[in-house]
Design a protein around this ligand. Structure first.
Ligand SMILES: [Zn+2]
Length: 232
């Protein structure tokens, strides 16, 4: 990404208000975790905060629950409200890492509008550009234990005994979402929305492309180095 006309602004702001974008299997969740620990800013995953709202039985949580119970998608305005309330909490005042939202241009616009109302601005959008073959390898090798929810990877993190959970000896399963055909379908759906989303953040001059093809460790190192040099 060219940084030239944005570099001054980036240096002045110490903000670490980040949005992570990229296809499933790009490694966003892993980077969100390690960046959150390194910079002591919360990792806000939309899936998690929606479940939290439901658990806490807040007014909005009850609404979320009614959609989930019917198996319907939670409408954008509700998700946006929950996200904005979360990033406005004191522990996110120095920054946050938003992961899993927005998923399309319309959501990005409504998120910005709502953030403006709270005088919060996203500093940087990290786009995890990742090749399809890497994603398929990552996701299709994943196995989960149906009993204790341990997660393995046939190549990167295999169980000691073939397809058997180390912890509880249950037979490991492959999630339907992780099967190659389903992964390809998920990627196609993602790709459709991606273009508008990336275009939107590009015009705002806050998009930075990083390589989701790198191993988690290498990508983390390169992100840290670039933040040090030019801010997030
Ligand atoms: Zn297990």
């Amino acid at each position: 990404m060219p940084e030239s006309n944005n570099s001054k602004k980036g240096k002045k702001s110490n903000g670490m208000r980040l949005v992570l974008l990229g296809p499933p299997g790009a490694g966003k969740g892993t980077q969100a975790e390690v960046l959150s620990a390194e910079y002591e800013i919360p990792h806000i995953s939309t899936g998690d905060i929606l479940r939290e709202a439901v658990r806490e039985e807040t007014e909005i949580g009850k609404e979320v629950n009614s959609f989930m119970e019917r198996g319907e998608l939670v409408p954008d305005n509700i998700v946006t409200e929950i996200v904005v309330n979360r990033v406005a909490k004191p522990d996110a005042s120095r920054g946050f890492i938003l992961d899993g939202y927005p998923r399309n241009k319309g959501q990005a616009e409504s998120l910005d509008k709502a953030l403006e109302g709270k005088k919060i601005r996203i500093d940087r959008v990290l786009y995890f550009k990742t090749s399809q073959s890497v994603i398929i390898k990552r996701l299709s090798g994943r196995r989960v234990c149906p009993k204790c929810n341990s997660i393995y990877h046939l190549k990167n993190n295999p169980p000691k005994k073939d397809e058997i959970c180390d912890r509880c000896a249950s037979k490991l399963l492959q999630r339907k979402d992780d099967k190659e055909d389903t992964v390809k379908k998920r990627l196609a759906v993602y790709k459709e929305a991606e273009e508008g989303l990336l275009g939107y953040y590009k015009t705002k001059n806050i998009l930075k492309e990083v390589s989701g093809d790198l191993s988690a460790e290498k990508l983390f190192r390169s992100l840290k180095a670039s933040f040090k040099k030019e801010g997030p």
